[in-house]
Design a protein around this ligand. Structure first.
Ligand code: AMP
Length: 577
């Protein structure tokens, strides 16, 4: 990017679209742009993915090999009789097969939906059901612990493909061996002639109410993945890129798989979980040049001090970006001390499919700000009405803030390629995301006089813990399944490292004692069902949870009380004045 204003003026989505190869016979397919395009050219022998296994093993896959492997997987789906548009889910750690399955699914014209492997059986069941899963790729251990028990409730799940030891898989009824099927499949496949508007990806996300929402994305999204990879992450073919996000979340797919591959770079994938020495070691030994990570990880590194970073040779590193939660200004400043460069915060969400607001390399970083809108994106700040909905003008348009610094809801003008096309099976919920010609993001922000956006908070009650978006309703519903629980309300509590942590307020049914033993039992119960990423960290017993007169839990009030903040308008509180 030359400078921000010039880039904005010059940018057009049509031109970004024209940089793609397109399918030879017409049409557009993400996997063709990410894999086959390079496999057919001078980039064929470049390492596309470099996998760092938990135990130190390294596996490199070139673009040419990735083409053959993903072709094989597309053939596997064809042999299994999977139809175009049907959903192929993955529940696994960051192993090569996950990446091969993702891209092979796209080649086959079916829809890929990743699940986070730390989910417990309940979030997994919800998502497989809502997404009408036809195929699931997972491992023997995850299958036994989390999926086997759900099988009879998911009759549409026709094929479960396990990645693991042959002998172990042979002992499990009702599953197939991923590697065996791959071995039988041909390594050449003609990509299905997908159209730009064909559904490609299904990403689940959470709202305040109801169950998770399946945001659908189409092949056209690749236009934005590639453009933002270049404009925001500054990726060039010689780069070694490390996106630390798990593909179970949208960042790990859009930027952990698609964006870097479309630009022909080498993407590093680490199977292991966060560990400061390991991470610094990866940055050093892999010669990572561009690093895309998250505030929680940076805060964990900050805690152990910048000196540790100085023990490593990080001279290859030239650009750091962060996403997913608010990035404290102290972390940006610390980044300069530790790495000799600013951390570039950027903002987006599952629904936007790609980065929408960012600090760019060519622009001064304002610590604490998410940056300015992507060229091609129109962003504004809208006033909210008393109920928290968008304030509408007489002509039906949105009432936008006029003066800088006035907070309001971040809204985006629809029409960019990676925008979600719906919530699967929930037309009404999708429609409610739009008003007056704008997409409502649900986030509260302010914009300064120079057009930099600053995050203020969520406009709803969802929780962001260690970068994971958690719907309070989902957690409350699980707690209510316990025989002792009469009512449950869940909020996010500030957490120095993870941003927020999940806290539950629980009212018990008569005959149950609110003691330590029951608290521990409930914590364990929720953890088993929901998994550690989603389960509450803390449970407090209460006599009842505050509700308004229509019976809605007033989580905001609970939070205000918890944090000693003003309680705001409580006139609708049940039993209140
Ligand atoms: P998800 O859909 O899981 O990617 O979560 C998206 C939400 O994460 C956004 O709506 C924001 O609330 C939050 N978020 C993402 N990026 C940022 C950021 N840079 N600063 C503050 N919040 C962010």
């Amino acid at each position: 990017m030359p400078d921000y204003d010039t880039a904005r003026e010059r940018f057009s989505w049509q031109e970004a679209r024209a940089e793609l190869a397109g399918l030879p016979g017409g049409g557009l397919n993400i996997a063709h742009e990410a894999v086959d395009r390079h496999a057919a050219g001078p980039g064929a022998d470049v390492v596309a993915l470099r996998f760092l296994g938990k135990r130190g093993e390294v596996r490199e896959i070139t673009y040419a090999e990735l083409k053959r492997e993903t072709d094989r997987f597309a053939n596997v789906l064809q042999t299994l009789g999977v139809e175009r548009g049907e959903r192929v889910f993955a529940l696994s750690g960051r192993v090569p097969e996950l990446y091969v399955a993702a891209l092979g699914t796209l080649k086959h014209g079916s829809v890929f939906s990743p699940l986070f492997s730390a989910f417990g059986p309940e979030p997994i069941e919800q998502r497989l059901r809502l997404g009408d899963a036809r195929v699931l790729v997972t491992t023997p251990a995850l299958y036994r612990r989390k999926v086997a028990q759900l099988r009879e409730r998911l009759p549409g799940l026709a094929h479960v493909l396990l990645v693991g030891e042959e002998a172990e898989i042979a002992d499990i009824p009702g599953v197939e061996d991923f590697r065996r099927l791959m071995g039988l499949a041909d390594d050449s496949y003609e990509i299905v002639a997908t159209a730009a508007e064909d559904m490609a990806l299904l990403h689940f996300t959470s709202g305040t109410t109801g169950m998770p929402k399946g945001a659908t994305h189409v092949h056209e999204a690749v236009v934005a993945h590639r453009a933002t990879g270049r404009i925001v992450l500054d990726l060039h073919p010689e780069d070694v890129f490390w996106c630390t996000a798990d593909p179970g979340w949208v960042t790990g797919t859009s930027y952990g798989i698609i964006a870097p591959l479309t630009l022909g770079v080498t993407a590093v994938v680490d199977e292991a979980e966060f560990d400061a020495d390991r991470w610094y070691g990866i940055l050093q030994d892999q010669g990572v040049t561009v690093w895309y990570t998250a505030p929680t990880a940076l805060r964990m590194l900050m805690r152990i001090g910048a000196e540790v970073a100085h023990e490593y040779d990080l001279s290859a590193l030239r650009f750091i970006a962060s996403v997913g939660e608010p990035l404290n200004p102290e972390v940006v400043v610390w980044g300069e001390e530790a790495f000799g460069m600013a951390v570039h915060d950027n903002w987006w969400q599952t629904e936007t499919g790609g980065i929408m607001i960012a600090n760019y390399r060519a622009m001064e970083v304002r610590p604490g700000s998410m940056g300015r809108p992507l060229p091609g994106i129109e962003a504004a700040v809208a006033r909210r009405d008393a109920e928290g909905g968008p304030a509408l003008r007489g002509d039906g348009g949105l009432e936008l803030t006029e003066s800088p610094e006035e907070p309001g809801e971040l809204v985006l003008r629809p029409g960019w390629p990676s925008m979600f096309r719906g919530y699967l099976g929930e037309e009404e919920r999708y429609r409610r995301c739009f008003a007056g010609g704008w997409y409502l993001t649900g986030d509260l922000v302010r914009r300064d006089a120079e057009g930099y956006f600053w995050f203020v908070g969520r406009g709803d009650d969802v929780i962001k813990a260690a970068g994971h978006l958690i719907g309070p309703f989902e957690v409350e519903s699980t707690l209510l399944e316990h025989a002792a629980v009469a009512e449950a309300a869940v909020i996010g509590m500030p957490d120095q490292v993870a941003g927020e942590s999940v806290k539950a307020f629980v009212a018990l049914k008569p005959g149950h004692e609110p003691d330590e033993e029951l608290r521990r039992e409930l914590l364990g119960f929720a953890r088993r069902k929901l998994g550690p990423a989603v389960a509450p960290r803390e449970i407090e017993f209460v006599a009842g949870v505050p509700r308004n007169r229509s019976g809605k839990i007033m989580r905001r009030l609970l939070k205000a009380r918890e944090l000693g903040l003003p309680e705001g308008d409580v006139s609708t509180l049940e039993g209140g004045s």
